[in-house]
Ligand binder design. Structure first.
Ligand code: BTN
Length: 252
């Protein structure tokens, strides 16, 4: 491993060779009192977790990290940080891929390169007895060198998309820098600018999508991202549906 990434001083980096899941480790450390800004990074995970209970393949060569945050906010507001993380990842990846490469965001928080998934985000949190947020963990996985062939959504890696020289440390440092910038912007200007930026980079806005919610699935037109981070879908006949959790696929 190299000397490690050069991170802004706000972060406290903990690097592990192997862990079950950096999110699980971050949760354990948050419960034990780890400070906001603690960043757990692992070379590989043995039980990497994806959204909706899925597994996240985690061989060495990709980026696995989890950031501990302790925002003094209700959970519904703090959860918007997932969009800041997606924006930061998009900006970070734009620094490493060849010029003109298409980078887009897919609701709720996937990052696509040339319309294939290259990164995912998993948010986990815990509330205190008084109902306020105790900690929030933002888990980030980036396919730097490898990608799964059997994923639900077509996947790719940075190396496959032409960024052969980019390293895990470079992606991590760029993400850390851009995440601080987006968090700062959010603190000063609220969620509206991030929402606009997310919509400008989102794939499929205005197009037909299939939304999968567990066993239910429906199609409609992707209208908007509402201020709470929910996806607004227009159904046939004009009714609107607000989607707060689920998977979205383009209908071709
Ligand atoms: C998704 O399903 O798209 C979210 C994937 C999140 C994976 C990352 S890898 C680092 C962190 N630790 C985990 O176990 N999961 C997240």
């Amino acid at each position: 491993m190299s000397d490690g990434p050069r991170l802004p001083p706000w972060y406290r980096l903990i690097t592990l060779e192997k862990v079950d899941s950096t999110n699980a480790e971050a949760r354990r450390r948050a419960e034990a009192g780890a400070a906001e800004g603690t960043l757990i990074r692992a070379v590989r995970q043995t039980a990497g977790r994806g959204r909706r209970g899925r597994r996240w393949a985690s061989p060495p060569g990709n980026l696995y990290l989890s950031l501990i945050l302790r925002p003094e906010l209700p959970l519904c507001e703090a959860a918007l940080m997932t969009f800041l993380a997606a924006l930061a990842l998009g900006d970070a990846l734009a620094e490493s891929v060849p010029p003109m490469t298409d980078i887009s965001l897919k609701w709720p928080n996937d990052v696509l390169v040339n319309l294939r998934k290259v990164a995912g985000i998993l948010l986990e949190s815990s509330l205190r007895a008084d109902g306020r947020l105790d900690w929030l963990v933002i888990g980030v996985g980036v396919n730097v060198a490898h990608f799964p062939e059997d994923a639900d959504y077509p996947a790719t890696s940075l190396h496959f998309e032409g960024a052969e020289a980019v390293t895990v440390d470079q992606v991590m440092a760029a993400f850390a820098r851009h995440f601080l910038r987006w968090s700062d912007d959010w603190r000063h200007r609220g969620f509206a600018p991030a929402r606009e930026a997310w919509l400008a980079r989102a794939t499929g806005v205005g197009g037909e999508v299939r939304v999968r919610l567990g066993s239910e699935s429906f199609t409609g037109r992707f209208l908007d991202l509402d201020p709470s981070g929910a996806l607004l879908v227009e159904l046939e006949g004009g009714a609107r549906r607000q989607v707060t959790a689920g998977d979205v696929f383009p209908v071709s």
